[in-house]
Design a protein around this ligand. Sequence first.
Ligand SMILES: [Ca+2]
Ligand SMILES: [Ca+2]
Length: 216
Amino acid sequence: MNGSARWFLLTALGAAVILPTGSGLVSLLSDSVTVTGNRAESGSLGSHDLQVALGAADCDTASYSDGPVNAAVDASVDLSTTDPFMQIDVCLKNNGSAAGSLGTTFDNVMDIEADICEADEDAVDSTCELHFDGELADVLDVGISASCGSAAPLPLSFVDLVNGVSFFAALDAGDVCEVTIIVRVSEEASETALRAAQSDVLTWDIVFTLEDVAAP
Ligand SMILES: [Ca+2]
Ligand SMILES: [Ca+2]
């Protein structure tokens, strides 16, 4: 056998290996490895548990409860000034296992005529009978500051806080926050609205919420 003949034979054997590709024998040329023992376990999304303390000198050492707590505030409103007439300081604690956004809304609002109509009130207030609808809430706004929060969107109108929750801070699990709420006559209140707001009494609850939503 000369050199040319040997070369031909090797070529023919190579063809014998390649040709069975479509015959099912190709599996003999593949291989694989397997990694076992894979395991994934989901954790809890966590829970929210908001607690409150009133009258505490230090929110870190305050005695918290699930509430409700009574602020026992009875403020007189001077309609001729926009200086705050009410300030409420509360400590709030996220006693749960999940971070959340802290917000507030006003609930159980009663705004009624509590006295006889003032002489200049009757002309602008069509509901100026005793125990009829009051208009005091319409001329008030609210300021919120929080040790755990960034700049709050202030001032808020009292009515807006009745109609929805305003979120003003984020609160991590286990953290506490000192929140101050002030209430004042709005700088935007018209003379007519102020006249109608005379002889009214307003009561309400402040509701703080901790929810899994983005803080502003
Ligand atoms: Ca009225
Ligand atoms: Ca009134």
